[in-house]
Every structure is written in C-alpha cells, then in structure tokens.
Design a protein around this ligand. Sequence first.
Ligand SMILES: [Zn+2]
Length: 601
Amino acid sequence: LNPNDRKYVVLSIFGFITLLFLGKLFSIQVIEDEWKLKSAHLTESARDIYPARGIVYDRHNRVIVDNVAAFDLMVIPRQVKDFDTLALADLTGLTKEEIIKKLDKAKRYSRYKASEFIAQLKGDEYIKISENLSEFPGFFARTRTLRKYPHHSASHILGHIGEVNQKKIESDSYYKSGDYIGTSGIERSYEKDLRGKRGIEFVLIDVHNNVKGKYSNGDFDTVATNGLDLQSTIDIELQKYGELLMQNKRGSIVAIEPATGEVLCLVNSPSYDPNLLVGRVRSQNFRALSQDTLKPLFNRALQASQYPPGSTFKLIQALVGLEEGTVTPDTYHSCRGGYYFGRRRLGCHGHKSPLSMNYSISTSCNAYYCNVFKDILDAYPSTEDGYRAWRDHVAKFGLGQKLGIDIPGEKAGLLPKPDYYDRYYKKGGWKPHTIISLAIGQGELGVTPLQMANFTSILANRGWYIRPHLVKRVNGNALPDSLLQRNYTDISPQHYVPVIEGMYSVIEEGTGRGVRFSEDIEVCGKTGTAQNPFGKDHSIFIAFAPKDDPKIAVAVYVENVGFGSTWAAPINSLIIEKYLTGTTNRERVEKKMLDANLMHN
Ligand SMILES: [Zn+2]
C-alpha cells in the first residue's frame, strides 16, 4: 500500500468506530426510554389483590369471626384529569376541601403509585360511587374484606385488626402501607395463619377508566392466597351466657376442659361488642372505649393479677401439708373464733371445733389453715427454708408465672420469693406469723382468674394441667403434641382424694350448698372471699364437675360484692349446669343473677 492508501484505511477504521459508538449510544437511549415507559406503566397498572383473612369457628363449628366485602377508593395522581370536584364530593360525602387535601397527600406519596383515597367503604356506600367511576379517570376501587362478629361477643378473646404501623412495615418486609394486621387477641397471635398472602395483578385500562384486560397476558401477576381457618376451643353459646350473667358486674369467668386445657369460655365484664372496632368507625370507637372509666378494654381474666385467691387457696395449702406430712386428713385443729398469735387474732366465723380436714374445707376455717401453713414452715431448720419448700410446691400449680395462653397480654401474678420478704423484714427477720395471711390466700398473693381456673383444672385432674389455650385447630390440623404436654404438680395423687372429698362437702353441706342443681351430677367447689383494702370484698367461687369424670372447671370472680357464696357461686353453678345439661332449670336463681346490677359497689 502507498502512504495515501494507508491514510484511507486509518480514516475508515476511525469512521467505523465512531459509527459503532453512535449506534450504541442511540440504542441505549431508545431502549432505556422504552424500559422507563414500561416500568412506569407497570407501576400504574399494578393492583394489589387482598386475600380474605381466615374464618374463626367455635368448638362446635359455628362461625364466630366472619368476613364482609369492603372497598377502598384508590387514586393514581398522574392519571387524574380535570374532574367535577363537586360531583365527587356529592358521591363520597367528602367536602371539596377534603378532596383537594386527599389528592395532595396522594401526590406527595407518589404520582405513579396508587394510594388510598377513601378506605373501607361498605357495599352500599360503594355501589353509588362505582356507577359513576368512569367520570373520574385515575380513580379505581380495590376490594378488601372487613371482619364481622355475628355473635357480638368474645371481644377480648378474638381481638381486632388495624392498619399496620410504620415500625412494623420497616421491620417486616411482608407488610406495606395500608395493610391490616392483627393487633390483639387471636387476630394477633395467629396473624401469620390468618392473613393469607397478598397477590398483585397488572391491568390494562382504557380512556374511560375501565379495566380492559390483563397487562402482558398476566405474565407479571401473582395470585392471592386466602388465610387459614381456625377452630377455637370456645363454646360461643356458653361464652354469651357468661357475658349475660356478668352484665352490670365487674369481674371474670374462666372455664376450662380439664382433660385438654381447652378454654370453654373466658368472660370479662365490662366488655364491648367487637363489631365496634371494625371499619371506618374503629379509631373513633377505640378512643371512646379506652377513655371509658369502666375499662371495657381491660382483659381481667388474664391481667387482673392483683386478685388474692382468698379461701380457694386453702385447697393448695391442704395438698402441700399432706405432701410434706405435716397434716393428715384426720388431723384436728381447734378454732375458737379464729387463730391467735402473740396478741393478735386472725378471725373466723362460728362453727364446730375442733375440726378435721374435710370439715375445715366445707366450712372454710381460717384457724385450721393458719396451723397447716405454720406447721409446714416449722418443719424446716429456718422459716426461709420452709418457705422455699412451700413455694416450690405452690409454683407447680401455675401460680406466680405466665401459663402461656395463646393470646397476648397475660400477667404472671405474684407468688413472692424469699428475698421479697427480706427486703421488708431483713434476712432472717420474718417468721411464719409475719406472713400468716398467706395461709388463707391473702397477703401478697396475686392470682389471675385464668390461673384460678387452671388450678381448679389441676384439682379436677388430680395433679396435672395442660397449658390453657383458645385455638385447637389451624387449617383443620390439631395442635402438635409438644403444645399439649401435661404439667404435673409434685403432690402425690392420693393426697387429692381427701381434698376433693372436702370440695364435694362444700356443695353437699358446706358454704356452697345453695348452688346444688342436680341429684345426678356431683359438683366439687370452694368459696372464696378476698379482702379488698379499697372497698367491699371480692366474691370468688371455683368448681369442677362431674366429680369422677370432670368435663368442666370454672373460676368466677366478682369484684366488690362481698361473700363468695352470694354471687360467684350461683354464677359458677349456672355455667356448669348450662354446659353439662345444655340448659338451666333454676329460674329464680338465674333471674336474680341476670337482674343484679352490682356496678355501684
Ligand atoms: Zn374456724
């Protein structure tokens, strides 16, 4: 090649490379723009599909938590064209100013992404809007479901759902703004089972704002999966009956099936209709309920941990004494109007003396149990050693600890450790008489109604319990065995025999004889009256039946109404009767309980 030709070749190569670059540059620009358009289109046409939450059934397969259809009116700001603000105001019931404000808020969130314009419209509210939606480009409806509680009951068990908060969105990638989440009760603890899985679809929309089909044949869509159904352990009819009996009273009823740990009812009073916390009225009603001085949101059954167990605790005292060998069923103690220590007296009521264990239970003698408690502690080298041994036995009855029920908020109550008393009286400075009120279930003991029902269950089972629970099946599957283990006390089974005979005597001839309801069904019970330093005593009654094949164990706590035999015992026996026989045959007793208004106490 001559030099001239060489110059040509070099120039051609340069030219070729330049062309290549230009070509590449062009293609990058065009393709990227195309992609931008495509992704913008995807964003705008994306519609979340919300699954229906799982349904909750009671133990007899009656629906207790259901779903109803609801609609959110959504808006994509970029697609909004000039529209008749007044017409939209007329349709939605919003003011013109509210519409402008909501639209501004949506724009600030994103111009391409859909945001909620009006949430949780009920079917009839939505129909009117949907007929005219084509006049408002950029607006569309999203289908949701709302909870419905057909029995208007069991609010503290079922709990409720609310919009997920920012903190949760940041910590859990499943959730995004506008999602609902269980915030209490079963709705919260079984959230992952109940919520299902959100889906997404990409739609084609025409100029009239109508969906014309799927974008890209649905290639980008994911289906929504409905939540799993649950079966609760609750008997909703028993629950409703309990709520009726507790109307105009403060307190709680907890009933457990002893063989399984299944909670049959868990009643709190005052309470509220769970439907109040659904939909657009939720936040307004929640505010009103939380400001109510009667505290209807308070879950007494799980959280009233200041309740002393009162005389119902004498049953545990007897069992610990029997196990420690410091008392036998034939041990007699005398009671002359109470228990005397130093110059003080812990009073009792009039009854025969001296008395055996059986009679001490049926008549609920205070002096007898002061002796039992003191003898247990005195059998050890020091009060502290004795107390430690005593406390270990008592803790096995599930006191002073959370039982692990499957809804949130449970409190542990109080079963003091030795150092609790060291702080008040210094180490070695406390003797049996310092803490003698523990003998009769007073003093520092704090027990929730759930714990009371659970230890009644232990008595029914003669020495064990299964963790109380409110859900028995998830998606048709029974709970794993690991959740249904028996927890044993360290009291030998034979010691339960005289104590249960004592509980039987309570109903047959003792403090609970007013509540016998059947010749055929043997009921075992125990009254309690818990002293209340702030007012009238609390009325307590625990019972299980039938004696030899227990199907139900019940604890009833009624605040500020006096003796256990007056209110808690009849209410307890009505619950047992209703559960075992399907009905109640004591009109007079039932009417008295239903009519009683004890709120003023
Ligand atoms: Zn006595």
